[in-house]
Design a protein around this ligand. Structure first.
Ligand SMILES: [Zn+2]
Length: 163
């Protein structure tokens, strides 16, 4: 999956667990990009020097970082040091990334260290389907589900005022 698809899914997951809390949404958004720290050529891997190369060398791309164990470890760590809500938000975003990658051909080792790649390969990363169908539909879904309830009252009022 492309980083922006992961990000939209992560924001959706963040909204699901935290509602409209800008800080927790940002944390979930960051969480949705972190699993690809195991690849130097990923979007986030390109932004951070050295670490992704080391991570890939030790764990492999779509290895331990793409697992429930990593999700739990990160969520618990952040939860312990920065509070439960932050831990839940980052874990939600992180998990959304894993769900996204499950829909690609490679899948994810969800139950790592068990060597089982969990997948339902419906979307090829960066394909026309992802770019022009999956991503826009997710944006529309997020707007309809998360943004529309907040603004609909004003929109209807303006429409009523114009009419
Ligand atoms: Zn990934």
């Amino acid at each position: 999956m492309l980083w922006r698809t992961h990000l939209v899914m992560g924001l959706g997951a963040g909204y699901m667990v935290a509602g409209f809390d800008p800080v927790l949404l940002a944390v979930a958004g960051v969480g949705s990009l972190l699993p690809d720290l195991d690849h130097p050529n990923s979007w986030i891997g390109n932004k951070i020097p050295v670490l992704p190369t080391i991570t890939r060398g030790i764990l492999g791309h779509r290895g331990a970082l793409h697992s429930l164990a990593a999700t739990l470890a990160l969520g618990l760590l952040l939860g312990l040091f920065w509070g439960k809500n932050l831990g839940i938000a980052v874990a939600a975003g992180y998990l959304a990334h894993l769900v996204g990658d499950m829909f690609t051909r490679s899948g994810v080792p969800l139950l790592w260290p068990l060597p089982i790649m969990v997948k339902l390969p419906l979307v090829r990363t960066g394909s026309i389907l992802e770019r022009f169908v999956v991503f826009p539909v997710m944006i529309l879904g997020l707007v309809y589900w998360a943004v529309w309830p907040m603004v609909s009252g004003y929109v209807w009022r303006v429409i009523a005022w114009i009419g």
